[in-house]
Design a protein around this ligand. Structure first.
Ligand code: PEP
Ligand code: CO
Length: 474
């Protein structure tokens, strides 16, 4: 690729840069990261890419969700299980609703670094660097903790590795066994209507599995026992991403051999793994809304990696700029290589999304369109607490679905900030959380997240939109 290398980003202007005083410490951390094994493999990355291709073509749905800012402290059995179970439950509801396979991507095992609107903040009269995420500095409001510490990059790797290790082991041991989805537990959810709806869906799924086993004779159902969950994070810290980017080299003729293998019995199983550079810190990386400048460092890094990538787009994105960006990161127009994560806000989506869809269609790109109904709908309460209203979140999702449909496009998925914990950070939902109730369990270190109940409720409502759409079709 012309002029690209894993480090070519460093010659470009960069936004949200972290400046380390301890240069030697940074160098040591990066050398260590370069020696450590990849966290994910090109084989897995390519499997996800193939699934996202199906989403772009309208044959599958993608659910992406997790914390806004993951903390090292979240690396524990209970919290990992709660999040994974929630994503699995939501995906089950969406499979039922959209009648399509659901690709699951968690914002986990690496979602540490955060872009900030201001690099500093003043606490009790002292101005100090803002909290930039656990892989950069500490949340405690004092100068020592807020000073960027390069050894946190290595800690980020090990916390990602431990989270991923438990995630893989738990899935492999049957955490997501579709034969017993009732065991997935509804945790803190006590709303009878949600419990009842979920249990009905579960009964239907279990019935169809039984039918497949008995009537159709599907005995080899190992594939039903485990499901895939991919990992993702914002690719903000390019020093870290570069250190974990690895070149996959094939001996001459290997790709041809793979093609031959594909033409035999394993066609559906074996994706074509191309040689090239793979970011191995997670399966899916995205560029944030603040770092997507065409000539900037982040776009430069992202254009050279073989992973499926996301780009956040909002009201400040010009349609022509979007096309140049797509041509830059995906010149071969690979279907589903790019996920456009739109985040306009409920009151702005109708103004901006149609022009973005039309531009992309006219240029012949086929991305995954994913609606992020969170980041355009953040507001502050009169007392200054950051929150989001359930009705705004729903409204943006509903509008996204309708606008895509009206333009012959497909809303392929949703991108949510959520947690398996019973937090009180977003207003609304069936439990009727009010602004006054926010202080009860307001625990986020960045943006407000949907709690388990609100997330499940959202999945039901979105599933309902799809079912209504199906019923309306002639
Ligand atoms: C995020 O996803 O947490 C985020 C910072 O989003 P955006 O780049 O869209 O503001
Ligand atoms: Co966020």
């Amino acid at each position: 690729m012309d002029g690209w290398s894993p480090s070519s980003w460093s010659t470009k202007p960069i936004k949200q840069e972290v400046s380390y005083g301890d240069k030697e410490g940074l160098q040591n951390a990066l050398v260590k990261l370069q020696r450590l094994p990849p966290l994910v493999t090109p084989h897995e990355v390519v499997n996800l890419k193939r699934s996202l291709r199906n989403v772009a073509l309208g044959d599958a749905f993608v659910l992406q969700g997790g914390d806004c800012a993951e903390l090292f402290d979240y690396c524990n059995q209970e919290m990992i299980e709660a999040k994974v179970k929630l994503i699995l439950q939501m995906s089950l509801i969406l499979i039922w609703g959209a009648n399509k396979p659901v690709v699951r991507i968690a914002r986990i095992a690496g979602q540490f670094a955060k872009p900030r609107s201001s690099p500093v903040e003043t606490v009790d009269g002292v101005t100090m660097p803002a909290f930039r995420g656990d892989n950069i500095n500490g949340f405690d409001a004092n100068l020592a903790s807020r000073t960027p510490d390069p050894s946190r990059l290595v800690s980020a790797y090990f916390h990602s590795a431990a989270t991923l290790n438990y995630l893989r082991a738990a899935l492999d041991s049957g955490l997501a066994d579709l034969h017993s989805p009732l065991d997935w537990g509804l945790g803190h959810v006590v709303t009878p209507s949600i419990k009842e709806k979920y249990e009905k869906i579960v009964t239907r799924v279990t019935d169809s599995l039984r039918f497949m086993r008995t009537a159709v004779g599907l005995h080899d159902d190992r594939r039903i026992e485990t499901v895939d969950i991919y990992t993702s994070h914002e690719g903000l810290m390019l020093e870290y991403e570069q250190s974990l980017t690895r070149l996959l080299k094939h001996p001459p003729g290997a790709e041809q051999q793979q093609r031959q293998d594909q033409s035999t019995t394993t066609a559906a199983e074996t994706p074509l793994i191309q040689s090239g550079y793979y970011a191995t810190s997670g399966h899916f990386l995205w560029i944030g809304d603040r770092t997507r400048q065409l000539s900037g460092a982040h776009v430069e890094f992202f254009r050279g990696i073989s992973n499926p990538i996301g780009i956040k787009i909002g009201p400040t994105m010009e349609p022509s700029e979007l096309l140049t960006l797509l041509d830059t990161v995906n010149p071969t127009r690979e279907i589903g290589k790019v996920t456009l994560i739109s985040r306009y806000g409920a009151s702005k989506i109708a103004q901006y999304l149609p022009a973005h869809i039309k531009a992309v269609q006219s240029a012949g790109h086929l991305p995954v369109w994913q609606c992020d109904p969170m980041h355009g709908n953040t507001r502050a309460t009169p007392s200054g607490v950051k929150t989001r209203h359930f009705t705004d979140i729903l409204s943006e999702l509903k509008q996204a679905l309708e606008i895509h449909r009206a333009h012959g496009s497909f809303m392929g998925g949703m991108h949510l900030e959520l947690t398996g914990e019973a937090v009180t950070e977003c207003v609304g939902g069936a439990a009727g959380l009010t602004e006054d109730g926010l202080s009860e369990r307001y625990e986020t270190f960045c943006d407000p997240r949907l709690n388990e109940k609100q997330a499940l409720e959202l999945a039901f409502v979105v599933a309902g939109f799809y079912r209504d759409e199906m019923e309306e079709r002639p």
